[in-house]
Ligand binder design. Structure first.
Ligand SMILES: C[S@@+](CC[C@H](N)C(=O)[O-])C[C@H]1O[C@@H](n2cnc3c(N)ncnc32)[C@H](O)[C@@H]1O
Length: 272
């Protein structure tokens, strides 16, 4: 089993490497990302996902959940770095950082295959989503309603960037994510057997009036441009959420939540 390494220097190479994961280019090259906070790390562990490196505040390994996470990470072969408050603050770029953070491998799934097992599935597609806070909130909501997966279409923001990971509150480890070009997505759409519900400000159907045939593919547009014409044309239904005020549109994450609960909410029950 590895032994924890004690680090107090801000210029330590391992610390510099973890900091470099702030850059999308480095995340892309390495396939790694950083998740912070005990509760997010507990969610990862509960999904059977171990960090490659666990970083924790010196002195926090003695008891409680942190101790369990550190022992579990060591047993899984992770490098464990016990760091000073200054190093942790630098890594988190915050004055009151979380006491634990992990470097994890990114997970990407294959495009949806609609089989008899998945014929009741709900998939969510997001075209050109740009705001990491929105994307993180959407992944959390997608997890809450139990979607089969989220498809990121075209040039989207990186779900593995810090702001997005924080906003998911751990759902980054729960929701399968697929990346597709617009052309590859249209190939999926052409073969989709159920409702493909595009959300559009030019939609003339109230989103509550549609019978969403399963498997359902819900398609949301980006914050700026909305749905592209190519994707909108490929949808079986274009739906709109009515708005009383003199406003243009709803926030993307809010609109997605309303749609997801409309499509999937009836099957959810309070169990705790
Ligand atoms: C912030 S809106 C931007 C819309 C864009 N300016 C346009 O003209 O289509 C981003 C996305 O949120 C969803 N959305 C927001 N408000 C909506 C509404 N009232 N009805 C349906 N979808 C909505 C749609 O998916 C939309 O593409």
């Amino acid at each position: 089993m590895n032994q924890p390494q004690h680090i107090t220097s801000l210029t330590n190479d391992k610390i510099k490497f973890v900091r470099s994961l702030e850059m999308r280019k480095v995340r892309k090259e390495t396939g790694l990302f950083v998740a912070e906070g005990t509760s997010i790390l507990v969610t990862a562990r509960d999904h059977g996902i171990a960090p490659e490196t666990l970083i924790y505040l010196a002195g926090s390994a003695e008891h409680g959940i942190a101790r369990g996470l550190i022992l579990g990470a060591l047993a899984a072969g992770a490098a464990c770095l016990e760091v000073s408050p200054q190093v942790l603050a630098k890594l988190a770029e915050k004055d009151n950082p979380q006491a634990l953070m992990g470097v994890f491998r990114q997970r990407w799934s294959d495009p949806p295959l609609i089989s008899p097992d998945s014929k009741n599935a709900v998939w969510l597609a997001l075209e050109e989503v740009r705001d990491p806070g929105n994307l993180g909130t959407i992944l959390r909501t997608a997890d809450a309603v139990g979607v089969a997966g989220v498809i990121l279409v075209g040039t989207c923001c990186d779900p593995y960037q810090r702001e997005c990971v924080r906003a998911t509150m751990g759902s980054i480890f729960a929701v399968p994510m697929v990346r597709l070009t617009q052309d590859a997505f249209l190939d999926v759409v052409v073969r989709w057997p159920g409702t493909i519900a595009g959300t559009h400000l030019r939609g003339v159907t109230d989103f509550r009036d549609v019978h969403y045939r399963r498997p359902t593919l819900l398609v949301m547009g980006g914050e700026g441009p909305g749905l592209s014409d190519a994707v909108a044309t490929a949808c079986t239904d274009l739906v709109k959420i009515p708005m009383a005020g003199d406003l243009d549109s709803l926030n993307l994450a809010i609109a997605t939540a309303l749609l997801l609960y409309q499509v999937q909410g009836a099957s959810l029950r309070l169990t705790r």
